[in-house]
Design a protein around this ligand. Sequence first.
Ligand code: ADP
Ligand code: MG
Length: 314
Amino acid sequence: ATPTAVMVATGMGASHGVLIKGGDALEKAQNVQYVVFDKTGTLTQGKAAVSTAKVFAEMGLGDFLTLVASAEASSEHPLARAVLDYAHHYHFFDELPTVKGATKQIREDILSEWLLEANNFSALPGRGVQCLINGKSVLVGNRFLLAENGVIVTKEAEDFLIDLEGNAKTGVLVAYDGTFIGLLGIADPMKREAAVVIEGLKKMGIHPVMVTGDNWRTAQAVAKEIGIEDVRAEVMPAGKADVIHSLQKDGGMVAMVGDGINDSPALAAADVGMAIGAGTDIAIEAADYVLVRNSLEDVITAIDLSRKTFARIR
Ligand code: ADP
Ligand code: MG
């Protein structure tokens, strides 16, 4: 392609919200054989919301939610936001129906009135959070987090969890003072265009892959909804780049599409990194493409643009 063709393509990309970081990036996308998608925030809308909360201890739902929200208050994770919104709504829906529209500051002030003090907070990537409340250990996260800490989950709760996961929901388990006390089911709907885009990629001869830190059952259920057969689940944040490397070892050119801080090593490891949507600065920095419209369709737009600019006979 001539420099003019590259310039024209770059301009056309920009007008679709596909920002291309240079001619190299534009050229590489044509040869992509695998597109690896992060699940949360990339394939999903990133609008996680609690759909179920179930207490398995001698305590009321309100107290349970207060405890969980207090533990999650310092976490930036989308699951934590969902828990806080839900607990918040539970506490104030009747008393303060307008609070939903309140500014972030007002909401935080109100929240701080009923949240319990959490000490020694730590976020454990790919697992959850832990802290001390009332001097007792509180764990909020997945089954690995509880297992690691020797917390036993009852058969009844495990069955409930398996059911949630089969319905594409993420289970969040809660332990207080070493005892399992309850769980929440969190749903994050798929982006509407996801299934069509996956089908489109397959028609282009490209193999779609989903990678996630979420558990196998939820991941499989989500992938099935949109037609992805190749799933890599329970991948710790550092492991996403390994998934890219293993696909490259098979001789393929790999694109990675992601939005989070977690994704930046994988975006950098991929032959073509695509940061999507309101992605974090660090993801945008690591990527070759920025898909600003937050639409998965632009993955196809980007590859098409490259193929057309560097038209080869196929
Ligand atoms: P993804 O790769 O899908 O973006 P993450 O690596 O961020 O997922 O998280 C993986 C898993 O770790 C989540 O599915 C959840 O089970 C658990 N987890 C992480 N952070 C939290 C949190 N703040 N609260 C509850 N669970 C969490
Ligand atoms: Mg993500």
